[in-house]
Ligand binder design. Structure first.
Ligand code: GLA
Length: 528
């Protein structure tokens, strides 16, 4: 009896011990332990998937771990997994100057996957699935050698800053398609944009499909026939541009050019592309900033080899002092900043920071402070006039980023102001000079033009109106005989207000005007 009891107790203990040992094992094996490596796959609606990776660790209800973004690991926070519901937050930092984007992930367990939705503050939620993966899947491809640095000859293009339109600012990924590009080309002609000088219709990110069996990059379902599209745009007397990245994927996660530089350049040339924007994006997973010059040279050489004239637009957000080597790699323009947004703060921060590098540009090779937001709706008319005037004073590329199919009269008046466009397109392409002190809210800019006249911009960055003065002596417009008698100096000058399209009477050795908040007075002053 005693023995039986002892055996019984031993068996009971053994059972409890086994259960205690086995329980965590079986728990670990079940789908409701999320510890492990995961891929978040989001269908993009055009046959592609956008992928991002997570390394998760579950302890009780708590989820910790990291998101793998390119080669960087970003910690996740506020993570929990309760009753089949997953939630965590990632704060991604990107851009120059850096901005932080808070993304909240919400998932529901469905068999061996989770239905996951990511919500970025201020944006539509994005839905996909979270599936088990392996860390190798998130690794960049092996590093390929880079060319020795050399100076490529000038391709002879973009003697004045390129003008045209680009799909990104308004249509981003979702809105861009063959149909849109055709309609924009139509509108470019019917709105008078083409006659005013806008020439390139540029497709930005999100046009790519997978590579075919021979490794040729294909377009996705939204672009059924790139050659036919290019033919259409050409038939309107316009030119067409395309976009890719030197990395394995574009900024939006689409297949890109890494290891296929010559092949993709040949594809673009065969389609009839006239312009390429080459956007760093995931190249940062493989190469360092110091290697950018060689990376961009590789594509510069590949474009050259095609024999087709293709404007080469470098986009690496102004890192590694690109203005010092952009022309050497065959670049016709190079981005000098992070991405613009349709706000006064963004445009003001970017636009008024370009003066110190103005000396590095020249005909054929331009600083690019990013595309225009005119007409996208979140700035006032004065602010958009400031945007257009400032880009013109900088001799910046004028790539409209709005919907050319429906432009208000006000938007047209700004984008189609030929007198302002002429400042931008001045054939001398001389650098702008800042006359006012750095950081002043009253900014006076001057740029000598090819015909001996001078463009003068009086910009008010402040939130209230202020009087702004330009002294002729400060912009080199005083001549020996009038230097002493200031009264006469203005009389020797003829000035035209390029927004009012009217002459402005001058006298004395300076000109003062009250400029409303965030507004501009743009003058062209000619000695006579
Ligand atoms: C980067 C570029 C933008 C745009 C997007 C597309 O952010 O700077 O101009 O091309 O990529 O993904």
């Amino acid at each position: 009896m005693k023995l039986t009891r002892r055996l019984g107790l031993a068996a009971l203990f053994a059972t409890i011990l086994a259960a205690a040992l086995l329980l965590p094992l079986s728990h670990a094996g079940a789908q409701n332990d999320l510890t492990g490596f995961w891929v978040f796959r989001v269908p993009t609606g055009d046959g592609n998937f956008r992928q991002s990776f997570f390394d998760l660790k579950q302890e009780g209800d708590t989820i910790t771990g990291k998101a793998i973004q390119f080669s960087r690991e970003v910690p996740i926070s506020e993570g929990s997994f309760r009753d089949g519901k997953l939630r965590f937050v990632v704060e991604f930092t990107f851009g120059n100057p850096p901005q932080t984007r808070r993304v909240v992930y919400d998932g529901t367990l469905e068999g061996d996957k989770l239905a996951l939705t990511s919500t970025t503050t201020g944006r539509e939620p994005v839905a996909g699935t979270l599936e088990r993966s392996r860390p190798e899947a998130a690794l960049p491809p092996p590093r390929l050698p880079l060319p020795e640095l050399r100076d490529l000859p000038d391709n002879g293009l973009a003697r004045t800053p390129p003008m045209g339109w680009n799909s990104w600012n308004l249509f981003a990924c979702r809105g861009v398609s063959d149909q849109l590009v055709r309609e924009i080309a139509d509108a470019m002609v019917s709105s008078g944009m083409k006659d005013a000088g806008y020439l390139y219709v540029n497709i930005d990110d999100c046009w790519m499909g997978p590579r075919d069996a021979e490794g040729n990059l294909t377009s996705n379902t939204k672009f059924p026939d790139m050659k036919a599209l290019a033919d259409y745009v050409h038939s309107k007397g316009l030119k067409i541009g395309i976009y890719t990245s030197p990395g394995p994927t574009t900024c939006q996660g689409y297949p890109a050019t890494y290891g296929h530089e010559e092949q993709d350049a040949r594809t673009f040339a065969a389609w009839g592309m006239d312009y390429l924007k080459y956007d760093w994006c995931s190249a940062g997973r493989i190469y360092k900033d110091e290697e950018m010059q060689a990376v961009y040279q590789k594509m510069g050489e590949a474009l050259r080899k095609t024999g087709r004239p293709i404007v080469y637009s470098l986009c690496q957000y102004g890192r590694a002092e690109v203005w010092k080597w952009g022309a050497k790699v065959g670049g016709n323009l190079w981005r000098t900043t992070g991405d613009i947004r349709d706000t006064w703060e963004s445009m003001d921060r970017i636009g008024f920071r370009q003066f110190d590098i103005a000396q590095y540009q020249q005909p054929g090779h331009w600083n690019d402070p990013d595309m225009l937001e005119v007409g996208n709706g979140s700035m006032t008319a004065d602010e958009y006039r400031t945007h257009m005037s400032l880009w013109a004073m900088l001799a910046a590329p004028l790539l409209a980023g709005n919907d050319l199919r429906k432009m208000s009269d006000e938007t047209k008046e700004i984008l189609l102001n030929r007198e302002v466009i002429a400042i931008d397109q001045d054939p001398a392409g001389k650098p702008v000079q800042r006359i006012s002190p750095a950081d002043a809210t009253a900014v006076v800019l001057a740029r000598p033009l090819h015909d001996g006249s001078t463009a003068i911009g009086l910009f008010n960055r402040a939130d209230t109106p202020q009087s702004i003065t330009v002294k002729w002596a400060d912009v080199g417009l005083v001549y020996p005989e009038s230097a002493a008698g200031g009264r006469r100096a203005g009389k020797k000058l003829r000035a035209r207000d390029l927004w009012k399209h009217a002459d402005v009477p001058l006298s004395g050795d300076s000109y003062s005007v009250t400029v409303p908040a965030h507004a501009v007075v743009l003058l062209q002053v000619t000695p006579h």
